[in-house]
Design a protein around this ligand. Structure first.
Ligand SMILES: [Zn+2]
Length: 147
């Protein structure tokens, strides 16, 4: 599968990432699976109570869920299809902590979890993985769509 990212969602990610240069941040993707690829239509902020630390990040689950419910209720068949976070370590592979979340999310989907890791060595760099059970990661390509 390939991933298509709407430009507005991609720019939202970059802006969120630029706000946190010394600590980690992230976001949640809304979108849909169509024609054998993922289409990311929205990037949700991690929320005002998200945890941002060097080497550690956690979503504000209540905020993200509320936001996701509002958008998905009015824009079906859009749903939560994945998420991303940055790594201050510069490593573009999922950590053991990431694997635990990815495993839980992958269990809820037929296509697995769509997980992004952003590193900032030499500029913004997004690496995308499809996580499927039993947990294994496959790097996947993405393209940015002009809106
Ligand atoms: Zn991580």
């Amino acid at each position: 599968m390939e991933v298509w990212i709407k430009k507005a969602a991609y720019l939202d990610m970059r802006a969120e990432n630029a706000r946190y240069t010394d600590t980690e941040t992230g976001g949640v993707w809304l979108g849909q699976v169509c024609g054998g690829h993922w289409l990311i239509t929205h990037n949700l902020s991690p929320g005002p109570k998200a945890l941002h630390e060097p080497g550690r990040f956690a979503y504000d689950h209540e905020y993200v869920l509320t936001q996701a419910e509002q958008i998905t209720a009015s824009q079906q068949p859009v749903s939560v299809i994945g998420y991303w976070h940055s790594h201050t370590s510069g490593r573009d592979i999922p950590s053991p902590g990431d694997a635990s979340l990815d495993e839980q999310f992958a269990a809820l989907t037929t296509n697995g979890a769509l997980c992004g890791i952003v590193t900032n060595r030499g500029g913004f760099c997004l690496t995308l993985y499809q996580a499927k059970l039993p947990l294994r990661y496959k790097k996947i390509n993405f393209i940015i769509m002009e809106d």
